[in-house]
Every structure is written in C-alpha cells, then in structure tokens.
Design a binder for this molecule. Structure first.
Ligand SMILES: [Zn+2]
Length: 211
C-alpha cells in the first residue's frame, strides 16, 4: 500500500472511531493530512463515521481540487494553519460537545482559555487561545487562525469548536482528544475549589517533555 493510501485508511479509521465515541455528530468536523503532493481533507457533508478512502478530497496548496469529492467548506481553516505550521502533518477540527460548550462561555481568558488541570493537557495542548466568533465561511476567520497558528498548534473558535494540528494524524488526534477530555473535566470541576498545576509543575513538565 502506498503511503498516501495508508494515510487515507488512517483518516477513515480515526473518523469512525470518533464518530462511534460521540466526538462528532451528523456531518460536523473535518480531518486533513499533508501529502508530498498536496493534502487530503474529508469531503463536505460527509459523516466522519462512514468515510470512503477513495473519495476523500485531495487538494493542492492553492486549495484547488486534484481528485475526490468536494472538500469540507472549512478547508480554509486547515489551509491557513498548514501555511503557518510547516511541520504540521495533520489537522483535526471538531464541534465536540465539551470543547464547544467551553467556547460559548463568558469571561474566558482569550489568550489561554482552559486552565492547566492535568500534566497531559499541559504536554499535548499547553496554551489554548480563544479566537472571536466569525460566521461560517468568513475569510476573517482564516486570517485569525493563521495569525494564532504561527505560535500555537491548537486554537478554540468561539461558539464553534477546536482546531488542532500535530506532526502526524495520531499526534493531532491525541491532542484534540486530550483537549475535549480537559474541557469536560473543567465543566465538572469549575464551580469547585480547584487546585491547578502551578508554575513550578508546568516548568517541570516543559523540561521533561520539551517540544
Ligand atoms: Zn466547524
């Protein structure tokens, strides 16, 4: 199997896995991977639980279709993140319930909207900027994602959901799932007296797990 075909199978497998676990509903969310000669993206109006590897949209870096079905209408989110993050091998965008719930909350710190509850969140996400709300398809959203993506591999879109990149699909998948789990945890404990990881613990994690 060629490398591209392996990546196509991985997208289908991950899509089915997150659909079956309730992390994506209907035809929301999209998954992309970088190839040597362009990139693959899940098609528009496709249910991630039931993707066909041969029909994934293949695009060039101008966003033009090379083959497959029409790409997700959120292709521009992925493209602006890849442009700023040359090391990104894959990007996952979800409307997963708990992250989307946090994205609707008032009073968040826009520079870093989830607190450091666990070491794995600190390692896999770290800092999570909250970008303002934009209507679907608004070009200003792509610009905002591009501006943040230069410094952050994960962002949360207000009243919408997270966009997370990784060096591989497995890395992006792990990170967005950690983000969703932490959003759920935060919704459970935020009215309790919470002990966060302090600056010394975060510095220790950064030292043990650089990059
Ligand atoms: Zn979306």
């Amino acid at each position: 199997m060629t490398n591209e075909n392996k990546l196509r199978e991985k997208i289908v497998e991950f899509g089915r896995s997150i659909f079956e676990r309730g992390l994506t509903a209907g035809s929301s969310g999209n998954i992309s991977v970088r190839l040597d000669d362009g990139w693959l993206l899940t098609p528009t109006n496709a249910c991630l639980g039931n993707l066909d590897p041969a029909r994934l949209a293949k695009l060039d870096w101008q966003g033009r279709s090379i083959s497959g079905d029409a790409p997700s209408k959120e292709a521009f989110l992925h493209r602006s993140m890849y442009e700023e993050r040359r090391g990104a091998g894959a990007i996952v965008h979800l409307h997963s319930t708990h992250s989307a719930a946090v994205s609707c909350m008032e009073g968040l710190d826009h520079a870093d909207c989830l607190p450091p509850l666990t070491a794995y969140y600190a390692m896999r996400i770290g800092t999570l900027p909250l970008l303002p709300y934009f209507a679907p398809g608004d070009a200003a959203l792509a610009e905002a994602v591009g501006r943040s993506a230069a410094r952050h591999h994960a962002v949360l879109l207000a009243n919408h959901g997270p966009v997370v990149s990784g060096t591989s699909l497995a890395a992006a998948a792990d990170a967005i799932e950690e983000l969703e789990a932490t959003a759920k945890l935060w919704l459970i404990v935020r009215r309790e007296e919470v002990r966060l990881l302090d600056a010394a613990a975060l510095a220790d994690i950064a030292r043990r797990f650089p990059g």
